[in-house]
Ligand binder design. Structure first.
Ligand code: FES
Length: 337
């Protein structure tokens, strides 16, 4: 039986209970106390905390995210650190949540209802959860790989109004435990699966008066699909641009879905782009297509999700077009093998 400790988050009114084998972040989110976080795997550093009082165990916190010097100064990663005593902690940069309503982290069970090939080595997976999951567009969940008790992270592609049927886009990684070994292997419609969520802070920040540009590569489209549906339903932005990049037509998916949305909403613009195959749509690297389409992005915001090289190129392109860095939001894209 694990010991429990009390953790006070500086600036919040309530204390939370954290088991000795539980991360501070996990306990906080389950108690619906928001703490900044992104990857929940120790790689991004978004969850860095200062331990003002008490002792923590750093567990597998990597040196490149939390240096020896930072540990000596009393810093810790909320997603990795577990308590060795009662604690007082303070998130670096504060625990502000931008006024976005937050929903508690929970464990869920559900049934696979859709499993279909939608692009090259890409599947759509829909899971009907037994109890509704409340989340923000852009967040992700962890699917628990059966028999291994490890989680793999996938963004929710369904809008937040759809709380029971959760949609994921999954790219095959050859030899990957969750993809090759499960979702592209023995998984079948009707299977029961476990998941936990919601997680992450890749959300549309409400910019009522300026346009938003969403740029996705591969299955980086998933959180953008959720954000598009949410933004259109709630009329959150005056102009909304969605770019989806691939090499060949076989890499794109949901083209008809987004074309139909663009027909219905004149302020929504959908621009799929191919870099290696001629077709009747935009040609070239998706970030070059963005550069060609805009002479200035001043005042606009952007939401990026895809392979790191694409995200880096997009950030560069948007800065060249005078978009403020603070209005460029990116989802850390990890291959969920
Ligand atoms: Fe903790 Fe990324 S390092 S959320």
């Amino acid at each position: 039986m694990a010991n429990n400790y009390t953790v006070r988050i500086q600036g919040k009114n309530s204390d939370i209970t954290v088991a000795e084998d539980q991360s501070i972040l996990d306990a906080a989110l389950r108690a619906n106390e928001w703490l900044p976080h992104s990857c929940t795997q120790g790689t991004c550093g978004t969850c860095k905390l200062e331990v003002l009082c008490g002792e923590v165990r750093h567990n597998e916190s990597p040196e490149y995210t939390l240096t020896t010097d930072e540990r000596a100064e009393g810093l810790a990663l909320g997603c990795m650190a577990t308590p060795c005593s009662d604690l007082v902690v303070e998130p670096i940069g504060g625990a502000g949540d931008n006024g976005i309503p937050r929903f508690p982290l929970r464990d869920y069970a559900g049934t696979v209802t859709v499993l279909e090939d939608i692009a090259a080595n890409t599947r759509r997976l829909v899971v009907e959860v037994d109890t509704p999951m409340l989340f923000n567009a852009g967040q992700y969940v962890e699917l628990i790989v059966p028999g291994h008790n490890v989680g793999r992270q996938y963004s929710l592609a369904n809008p937040p109004t759809e709380t029971r049927n959760l949609e994921f886009h999954v790219k095959l990684t050859t030899g990957g435990l969750a993809t090759d070994g499960w979702i592209f292997g023995p998984m079948q419609v009707g299977d029961r699966i476990s998941l936990r969520g919601p997680l992450g802070q890749f959300n549309l920040v409400n910019q009522q008066d300026e346009a938003a540009i969403l740029i996705g590569g591969g299955t980086g489209l998933a959180p953008l699909k959720s954000i598009v549906q949410h933004a259109l339903a709630e009329r959150l932005v005056p102009e909304l641009y969605l770019y989806h990049g691939g090499r060949r037509q076989e890499d794109l998916y949901d083209v008809g879905f987004f074309r139909d949305l663009a027909q219905e909403h004149e302020h929504f613009h959908y621009r799929p782009a191919l870099s290696e195959e001629q077709w009747d749509g935009a040609m070239g690297m998706v970030t070059d297509v963005v550069l060609d389409d805009f002479s200035s992005c001043k005042g606009m915001s952007a939401y990026l999700c895809g392979p790191p090289a694409m995200v880096e190129a997009a950030v560069k392109a948007l800065k060249r077009r005078r978009m403020a860095p603070r209005l460029i939001f990116r989802e850390e894209f990890t291959i969920a093998a």
